[in-house]
Design a protein around this ligand. Structure first.
Ligand code: NAD
Length: 247
C-alpha cells in the first residue's frame, strides 16, 4: 500500500495535503516539529474519515531525527512511497542590511538541508522497489523562487531557489530508478505562515495585485500535490506547477 510522509503537516498546506492523501487511500505520516496537539487533531480527522495515519515528531533540519523518523515509518507502515517536502520557515520581513548569518543559516537548515535529508532517506527506500514504480516526491517551493521577495524575504526566496534546483537535479538522478520528483510553487496562500513573517494579513494586502485578485486556499495546493504523486502524473518528472493565481 502507498505510504506518504508529509513534513510540517500539523497545519496549513501540509495539513490539507495529509488529509487529501488519506482520502486518496495512502497511509499517511503527519510529521510535526512542536505542536503535538495540532498533529493529533489531523490524525483524528483522518481516522474519523476511515483513513490511516500516524504522527511523528522530528525537526527536519536534524539529520539523526530525520533518519529515526524514516525507520519509525518503516516499522509502522513499511517504506515511504510518496514524500511531500513541505515544512518550511519564514522569518520577519527584512532588508538585506538587516539579515544576520544566524537567520540565513536557520532558514537554509530547514528549507534546504531538511528537504535534502528527507529526499535522501526516501530515495534510499524507493530505489529498492522495481518495475518503474519506485515512488514520487513533491517539493513545496514558492513563487518567491521566481520573484525573489525583494525587501522582504530574499533569504527565504533563495532557499526556495535551491529547492527548485534540487528538484531538477534529483529528478534526473533518480529517473531510471522509477522515482519521479516534481515541485509546486504556491503564491499567496491563506495559512499561518504569514503571521510568522510578521504580517498576518499579508495575503489580503497583496491579493488585488494578483491577476486572479484573490489569495489561494491550502486545498488548492494540496490537490496539485496529490495529482503529482499519483499515477495520473506517471510521465511527469522534473516539472513545476505554479499555484499563484497567475503571477
Ligand atoms: P505554515 O507555517 O502554516 O506550516 C509550516 C509547517 O512546517 C509548520 O507546522 C511548522 O511547524 C513546520 N516546520 C517548520 N520548520 C520545521 C522543521 N524544521 N521540522 C519540521 N517541521 C517544521 O506554512 P504553510 O504556508 O503551510 O507552508 C507550507 C510550505 O508552503 C512551506 O514550505 C512554505 O514555504 C510554502 N509556501 C507557502 C506559501 C503561503 O503563502 N502560505 C507560499 C509559497 C510557499
Amino acid at each position: 500500500m502507498a505510504v506518504a510522509l508529509v513534513t510540517g503537516a500539523s497545519r496549513g498546506i501540509g495539513k490539507a495535503t495529509a488529509i487529501m492523501l488519506a482520502q486518496s487511500g495512502y497511509k499517511v505520516v503527519v510529521n510535526y516539529q512542536r505542536n503535538k496537539q495540532a498533529a493529533d487533531e489531523v490524525i483524528s480527522t483522518i481516522h474519523a474519515a476511515g483513513g490511516e495515519a500516524i504522527a511523528i515528531k522530528a525537526d527536519i533540519a536534524d539529520e539523526l531525527q530525520v533518519m529515526a523518523m524514516f525507520v519509525e515509518i518503516d516499522n509502522a507502515f513499511g517504506p515511504v512511497t510518496a514524500l511531500v517536502n513541505n515544512a518550511g520557515i519564514l522569518f520577519q520581513q527584512s532588508t538585506i542590511e538587516e539579515l544576520t548569518a544566524e537567520r540565513i543559516n536557520c532558514v537554509l537548515a530547514t528549507n534546504v538541508t531538511g528537504y535534502f535529508l528527507c529526499c535522501r532517506e526516501a530515495v534510499k527506500r524507493m530505489a529498492i522497489r522495481h518495475g518503474g514504480n519506485g515512488g514520487a516526491i513533491v517539493n513545496v517551493s514558492s513563487a518567491a523562487s521566481r520573484l525573489g521577495a525583494p525587501g522582504e524575504y530574499v533569504d527565504y526566496a533563495a532557499s526556495k531557489g535551491a529547492v527548485d534546483t534540487l528538484t531538477t537535479g534529483l529528478s534526473v538522478e533518480v529517473a531510471a530508478q522509477g522515482i519521479r520528483v516534481n515541485g509546486v510553487r504556491p503564491g499567496f496562500i491563506y495559512t499561518e505562515m504569514h503571521a510568522s513573517g510578521g504580517e498576518a494579513g499579508r495575503v489580503d494586502r497583496v491579493k488585488d495585485l494578483l491577476p486572479m485578485k484573490r489569495g489561494g486556499q491550502p486545498e488548492e495546493v494540496a490537490q496539485a500535490i496529490v495529482w503529482l504523486l499519483s499515477d495520473k502524473a506517471s510521465y511527469v518528472t522534473g516539472s513545476f506547477l505554479d499555484l499563484a493565481g497567475g503571477k
